[in-house]
Design a protein around this ligand. Structure first.
Ligand SMILES: [Zn+2]
Length: 252
């Protein structure tokens, strides 16, 4: 091969390789071609991830769960400043100091981001909620724990997302940041479902430890609408996935 064309070919090969590595195809929630039914067809990575078999979200039912006597998760949450960013079709609150952690099975996981889905992705006892927050944690081995909390819109005087006037209060929002203690997003009663699942946005990689609280929280219509306005579509929930013989645990 002529030197010049060989150079072009090598260069193109290199470019293709480097693009292929970081290439994430466009996906969404509502279109026929790029919606959840077709995520696995969009690229090799998405396909491999979905074929792990243990996918999320799932329907969680107390009656069908196995009792978990021992508590598996210890939270260590505190006030922290989170940076707002937009990806995966929703508003994400990125940790700036990794001050929030939890411990599962002796391993410490740091809280990386908080985001939400409308309506909820998990269903509990045949009920879907209007909103679900996800708190995504990673440990040193890059293993993932996601904590899910469901919210319903209720006419309450005050809700957890009320904007306070200073950063040492519970929720303080500026244009680019939100200061909050993630503990405010957890219900008082710490009963939860626990199971092995996946991320719910592509690539929906598996081996994610899920903890979804059975008690939901309330949010006012005003704050719900504010969160909804950040979405790039009218909804961003992945449909329910098959259980495929998994055990779902319930800790009361
Ligand atoms: Zn999520």
């Amino acid at each position: 091969m002529h030197g010049f064309y060989k150079w072009i070919k090598d260069k193109a090969g290199g470019l293709l390789k480097s693009t292929a590595k970081s290439f994430i195809p466009q996906w969404d929630y509502s279109s026929k071609e790029r919606g959840p039914e077709n995520w696995a067809q969009l690229c090799h990575d998405f396909c491999t991830a979905e074929n792990t078999g243990y996918q999320s979200p799932i329907h969680l039912a107390m009656k069908k769960s196995s009792t978990l006597d021992k508590n598996l998760v210890e939270f260590s949450y505190t006030q922290e400043i989170f940076r707002k960013s937009y990806y995966n079709h929703t508003l994400q609150l990125e940790s700036t100091g990794f001050k929030n952690t939890l411990v599962v099975d002796g391993s410490t996981y740091r809280l990386h981001n908080i985001h939400y889905h409308i309506p909820s992705e998990h269903h509990i006892n045949n009920q879907q909620s209007q909103l679900e927050f996800h708190l995504v944690h990673r440990n040193a081995q890059d293993e993932i724990v996601v904590v899910g909390v469901l919210f319903n819109v209720e006419a309450v005087e005050e809700d957890v997302l009320k904007n306070h006037s200073s950063a040492d209060s519970q929720w303080y929002e500026s244009k680019k940041h939100v200061a909050l203690n993630p503990a405010m997003l957890l219900p008082d009663k710490k009963s939860y479902f626990h199971y092995q699942g996946s991320l719910t946005t592509p690539p929906t990689r598996g081996n994610v430890k899920w903890f979804v609280f059975s008690d939901s929280l309330n949010i006012t219509q005003k704050h719900f609408q504010k969160l909804k306005n950040h979405l790039s579509d009218s909804f961003n929930n992945r449909p329910l996935q098959e259980l495929n013989g998994r055990t779902v645990w319930y800790h009361s």
